[in-house]
Design a protein around this ligand. Structure first.
Ligand SMILES: NC(=O)C1=CN([C@@H]2O[C@H](COP(=O)(O)OP(=O)(O)OC[C@H]3O[C@@H](n4cnc5c(N)ncnc54)[C@H](OP(=O)(O)O)[C@@H]3O)[C@@H](O)[C@H]2O)C=CC1
Ligand SMILES: O=C(CO)COP(=O)(O)O
Length: 453
């Protein structure tokens, strides 16, 4: 097989066998033949990509001897939302091919089993196709069109289902293959978003260290290495190399999700902040803010929050001063107050999670029963994972990311509410849970809010 600019055969991952960056998609034909055993493709994209990238992709398919069975162009005002209804739409369209007679008169059914699904697009299209392929039980090829997210190579699709943003389990692609010139031509905001999504592994990592320390989510060393090794070096790459470095970093962090069948290695409290805004359909001037841009602000917020928590942690936890854990009725009322502005389905889903993660007083008393020295060591360990705030802000700003919730049009009270809801929406233990259970949440949230407003 030819030498690609970057390529890797992967032997230890459950789903992805190969990934490559190759100018003009050269070599795609051989890769598809080898890893999918077919030459026919059903390509799913949308109207924006159909204009910007599909023509050159189609030309590459022709050159590579591949057959385009069908180009499904998802209609709708861009940007598309990763909504569950869209998945049903794709599944119906693909299943429709089953009954459509082919040009050679053979049944369409043959076409499907001899074809593979291809996602030609960025994070949203990729998740829609991933989930559809998983439901249909067919392999898929991811062809990313922007270096914007780590979802291209991950297990699971991040979907808004009944207005609740959640990761639905489904296999990762069998191969990821794209062209560097396509990535560098992607809108600059999406490149900045990729930087934010990659940089978010800083606090995803600090949250994982915290959860590991309390025995709640043991660190998987291989997944940790895929996510964290070389992270800061990639984030500090020279401008000319940055887009490719970010993309390689994102693809590798996606592999960490495959290894653990979970987004734990790559997603901590910074992502929860973004998820809240996504459920609220946060927009600037009617335009959706990319995932990685929201995550970047989540990263700054959670970094600052964690630094504050570490200062308290170093003094140890006084078990006698732990706050009283509220009963389910009180907690349900708190959820109701914070989430009254969300659709009922989202609010109900949040209530369910918030109640399912509500610890008993005994659990909390046991969980935090350590000597001061143990907490000091833990705080030191977590601090080594973090980047000093001003430095982090500079890195994000240089990459074109936003660095304050104000720039998103979020005001003080909405920001405070965001932090509160972020703590409620996922069972995954993060620094927000540590603060909530130890009585630090309110003061730290106020202090972080003062930092931005
Ligand atoms: N499963 C997982 O593990 C993960 C999933 N995600 C999810 O990914 C989604 C965000 O994806 P993201 O990539 O940030 O943004 P989107 O896929 O939502 O795309 C943003 C916009 O950029 C356009 N676009 C993309 N590539 C090009 C190009 N080459 N030229 C011109 N326009 C282009 C898109 O067009 P169009 O709409 O036409 O595609 C769209 O209008 C979120 O739903 C997030 O939750 C994020 C991280 C991990
Ligand atoms: O966005 C993701 C990783 O970048 C997926 O993480 P979540 O499981 O938190 O949605």
């Amino acid at each position: 097989m030819r030498n690609f600019e970057t390529s890797e055969c992967l032997t230890q991952l459950p789903d992805t066998k190969f990934w490559a960056l190759s100018a003009g998609w050269q070599g795609l034909g051989a890769v598809v033949q080898r890893w999918f055993g077919t030459k026919s493709m059903i390509v799913v994209t949308d109207e924006v990509i159909a204009d910007a990238v599909a023509p050159s992709f189609k030309e590459a398919l022709r050159r590579e001897g591949l057959t385009l069975t069908e180009l499904l162009v998802l209609k709708g005002k861009p940007p598309l939302v990763a909504d569950y209804q869209r998945i049903q739409e794709i599944i119906t369209q693909v299943q429709g091919l089953l009954t459509t007679p082919m040009r050679d008169g053979k049944k369409g059914e043959r076409a499907l089993c001899q074809s593979l699904l291809v996602s030609l697009g960025s994070g949203t299209i990729n998740d829609l196709v991933k989930c559809s392929a998983g439901t249909l039980g067919v392999p898929y090829l991811s062809v990313p069109t922007a270096p914007s997210v780590d979802g291209y190579s991950s297990f699971g699709a991040s979907i808004l289902k009944e207005n609740f943003k959640q990761t639905l389990p489904c296999p990762a692609p069998r191969a990821v293959f794209t062209a560097p010139e396509v990535l560098s031509a992607a809108p600059v905001q999406l490149r900045a978003a990729g930087y934010g999504d990659l940089a978010s592994k800083i606090t995803a990592g600090s949250d994982w260290v915290l959860a590991d320390a309390f025995g709640l989510d043991p660190i998987d060393e291989t997944a940790w290495a895929y996510t964290q090794e070389g992270l800061i070096k990639r984030l500090s790459a020279a401008p000319d190399d940055l887009a490719n470095e970010i993309f390689v970093g994102l693809v590798r962090t996606g592999f960490a999700m495959q290894i653990t069948s979970s987004s734990r290695p790559v997603s901590g409290a910074e992502h929860l902040i973004s998820h809240v805004w996504e459920m609220e359909h946060l927009e600037i001037d009617g335009i959706t803010v990319p995932h990685g841009i929201k995550v970047g602000i989540g990263l700054l917020t959670i970094s600052a929050f964690t630094f504050l928590v570490l200062d308290h942690m170093r003094n140890g936890i006084n078990l006698d001063a732990l706050p009283k854990i509220p009963g389910p009725e009180v907690r349900a009322q708190e959820v109701a107050q914070r989430c009254a502005h969300l659709p009922v389905s989202a609010y109900r889903a949040i209530e369910e999670v918030a109640l399912s993660k509500l610890p008993t007083q005994e659990t909390v008393n046991e969980r935090y029963n350590y000597e001061k020295k143990w907490y000091r060591n833990l705080a030191d360990k977590i601090e080594t994972q973090l980047v000093p705030l001003e430095e982090l802000k500079g890195m994000l700003a240089r990459a074109g990311c936003l660095t304050s919730p104000r720039e998103l049009g979020v005001d003080r009270s909405r920001f405070l509410r965001t932090l509160e809801i972020a703590q409620m929406i996922r069972s995954r233990y993060t620094v927000l849970d540590f603060a909530w259970e130890t009585g630090l949440f309110e003061s730290c949230a106020e202090e972080i809010t003062d930092m931005f407003f």
